[in-house]
Design a protein around this ligand. Structure first.
Ligand SMILES: [Zn+2]
Ligand SMILES: [Zn+2]
Length: 715
């Protein structure tokens, strides 16, 4: 169901065959019906294998009285835990017998410091190395990072590796913390409800939840006793103990729960997987976790609801408890304060109060900007136009609607046609499209076999890139014209699912500060440096700090490896020059058509948003066969061109080279940016943006002299 996919408003997400990751930062927790993976892992849709519905199956299980005492847990839980203990004994013996060969460790106790130290395989753990980390930092560390992946502090290292750490302030650390807290919530639930079959409990942007089958709905009256259990389990300093278990033993261990059994069948691909134990809870999980529950200083239930198993209405309805946890009591206080503030600052509320925009059901997801909203829009646009003038950008306008032929070249037709608004235009008569072989009511269209069914088909543009390629190709280009920076504020449309629409943050119609820079390979670094400077000056205006992350060559990349290496080296140099070591490397996560830099801003409430994007693109210029005349034009270029032509008859013309295309936006969608600004400033706009600049208030009484009052309207 492509319409169920969330399309983000990142400027270029739909370009080419795009990244699968379509989530948007700063979003609240997933909708209740959404299928989420075991402990944050994504589950591929399970179809045609719906579990038998009905809670009757559950009722056959033992019904002990709800109690906190471990001795009174149901037999199946006692047996599960016994099996864990037995397997753990064997596992420990096996681990002890492993050869403790010397290994070299690249150790980073703090960001920016690395030294090489010695250790032993199957013995040294990142937790043991904490003694060499400054005390203040060591106290904040929640999980290790080994060769770029999160790793339990108590899990032995296996070979030469790089060891660093995450704290709760890092996104990765926070996820591990909340994920671990979800285990504590699961443990509380098993104790609270006795006969409680846990399903899954992942971390979210807003904390974590656990789904469970119990014989009654959770009520708010249950919350205090669950919270006090969590408090006790945290005090108990329960270790998270990791154990590798064969699939057969997993099925034995969790045979009592059809939910866990489902996850074992679907998710355990190899012979083994891992379980973790904390206190009385043994849970199927890939980890990692915090070292022990003592780290959880504050634990609070936020709400409860119900949710279908795997998000499918045909499955059991489960109880879901949402909670949040922090390593300090102050952390929870700050969080609650931020939630309160966020409620007050909601842009939809302020938008109404200040008469900035509204929506009509007659065009869902397409905002009407009211006069005061347009003033903010125009002030932002004018600020950007000034910058464009200073920075050598050229503004253009391009069509809103293009023939399907363009979308076929760009790849949108093959991959994203459902996310575009399409229209058939025949002899000046536009009619709505059933573009598939079936009408919406299931009946076949008149002539499904007609090979020309795309003839006269147009689509509203979801982005400007393909149009800008046409602009570049319109005349013969010379190296003298590069870099060519083409800016376009054009209106874009994306067919977002109606359920995903939300105020100005998710819309169907929007405008961006979109720009494409066409340049030579050698100009990449200079352009990127210019973009950093541009971004810096715009974000400073609003007081947004921002983080930078470079994603590099993935598997299955297009183009030559030398081109990638050279481009990545330039990006790294530009990042280094701009920020020193203060940026993150995300190896292998670039788009297949080029490396990219993700920029995340944080607002006054500390919420993170991605607005800006910088993407290098080797594919677009190739799809559209873009070329420019090189400076040499002669022998060297000819040799290159001849070699390329041999491989591909459509390759470059003699004396020509292919430009690189840089997709970039700074504010991204104006609509979304206005929403972010509105909440960031809480509706108290900086003067230059403020839609209401001055108000005249007559203070004189009408009598004896009416003069001042009659004068005021004339000002
Ligand atoms: Zn876990
Ligand atoms: Zn683009």
């Amino acid at each position: 169901m492509s319409h169920q996919r969330n399309i983000s408003l990142r400027p270029h997400d739909l370009w080419g065959t795009l990244d699968a990751e379509m989530s948007q930062n700063g979003n609240p927790a997933a909708p209740e019906s959404q299928t989420q993976g075991l402990k944050g892992q994504t589950i591929t849709a399970v179809q045609g294998n719906k579990l038998a519905a009905g809670k009757q199956g559950m009722a056959e299980q033992v019904h002990p009285k709800p109690s906190g005492a471990p001795g009174q847990l149901p037999d199946y839980i006692v047996q599960r835990n016994q099996l864990f203990d037995e397997l753990k004994k064997n596992y420990d013996e096996e681990m002890a017998a492993r050869e403790k060969t010397p290994i070299k460790i690249k150790f980073s106790p703090e960001p920016g410091t690395t030294k090489e130290i010695d250790g032993n395989a199957w013995d040294t753990t990142p937790g043991k190395l904490l003694k060499d980390v400054p005390k203040d930092r060591a106290a904040k560390i929640v999980v290790a990072k080994v060769d770029g992946s999160v790793w339990d502090l108590d899990r032995p290292l296996e070979r030469d590796c790089a060891v660093a750490y995450y704290t709760f302030d890092d996104k990765e650390g926070r996820y591990v913390f909340w994920h671990s807290s979800a285990h504590v919530l699961g443990e509380c639930a098993e104790h609270q409800y006795g006969d409680c079959k846990l399903s899954h409990g992942p971390p979210t942007e807003m904390g974590f939840f656990y789904d469970m089958a119990i014989d009654r709905p959770v009520t708010e009256a249950d919350w205090p006793s669950i919270e006090s259990r969590a408090k006790k389990f945290a005090k108990d300093k329960q270790q998270f103990v990791r154990l590798e278990v064969s699939k057969d033993d997993l099925l034995k261990m969790f045979g009592y729960s059809k939910y866990k059994t489902h996850y074992i069948e679907k998710l355990v691909k190899g012979e083994k997987s891992t379980v973790y134990r904390n206190g009385d809870l043994v849970d199927l999980c890939q980890g990692p976790h915090i070292q022990n529950t003592r780290k959880i200083e504050a634990f609070k239930i936020m709400k409860n609801s119900s949710a279908y198993f795997l998000g499918d209405q045909a499955n059991d309805s489960l109880q879901r408890i949402h909670a949040v946890a922090f390593p300090s009591k102050q952390g929870l206080k700050d969080w609650e304060h931020r939630l309160e503030e966020a409620k007050k600052r909601n842009h939809q509320l302020i938008g109404k109060q200040q008469k900035l925009f509204f929506f009509s059901q007659l065009s869902p997801g397409s905002p009407f900007l009211l006069p005061h909203g347009v003033r903010i829009f125009n002030a932002l646009q004018a600020m950007l136009r000034d910058e464009y003038w200073d920075r050598g950008y050229q503004e253009v306008q391009s069509p809103n609607m293009y023939n399907v032929d363009l979308w076929k070249v760009s790849g949108h037709w093959q991959h994203y046609q459902d996310d575009m608004f399409r229209v058939k235009v025949d002899d000046d008569v536009a009619e709505p499209m059933p573009l598939s072989d079936q009408k919406p009511d299931g009946r076949p269209v008149a002539n499904p076999a007609n090979e020309d069914k795309d003839k006269g088909v147009f689509a509203l543009k979801p982005m400007n890139c393909p149009g800008h390629c046409l602009l570049f190709r319109d005349e013969e280009r010379s190296y003298r014209e590069l870099p060519w920076r083409v800016a376009d504020f054009g209106v874009l449309h994306r067919n977002e699912a109606s359920g995903a629409l939300s105020g100005l943050t998710r819309v169907r119609k929007f405008q961006q500060d979109d720009t494409h820079i066409f340049c030579t390979n050698a100009q990449i670094m200079g352009e990127i440096a210019g973009l950093f400077d541009f971004m810096d000056s715009v974000y400073k205006l609003f007081g947004f700090p921002f983080k930078l992350k470079l994603s590099t060559r993935p598997e299955g990349f297009m183009g030559k490896i030398e081109e990638w290496d050279a481009a990545e080296a330039q990006l790294k140099q530009a990042l280094q020059d701009f920020r020193g070591d203060d940026w993150e490397l995300n190896p292998g996560d670039g788009a297949f058509y080029g490396p990219k830099i993700d920029i995340t801003i944080s607002d006054a409430l500390g919420r993170e948003f991605q607005c800006a994007t910088i993407q290098l693109d080797f594919q677009g210029p190739q799809n559209f066969k873009l070329e420019y005349r090189t400076a040499e034009g002669g022998a060297a270029a000819d040799a290159d061109a001849a070699a390329a032509k041999e491989k591909d008859p459509n390759a470059l013309t003699t004396g020509m080279a292919r430009p690189v295309m840089i997709h970039r936006a700074i504010v991204g969608s104006f609509e979304r940016f206005i929403a972010i600004l509105c909440e960031h400033f809480g509706g108290k706009w900086p003067f230059w943006l403020s839609p209401r600049q001055i108000m005249i208030i007559p203070v004189m009484k009408v009598s004896p002299s009416p003069k001042p009052l009659s004068y005021s309207p004339t000002i």
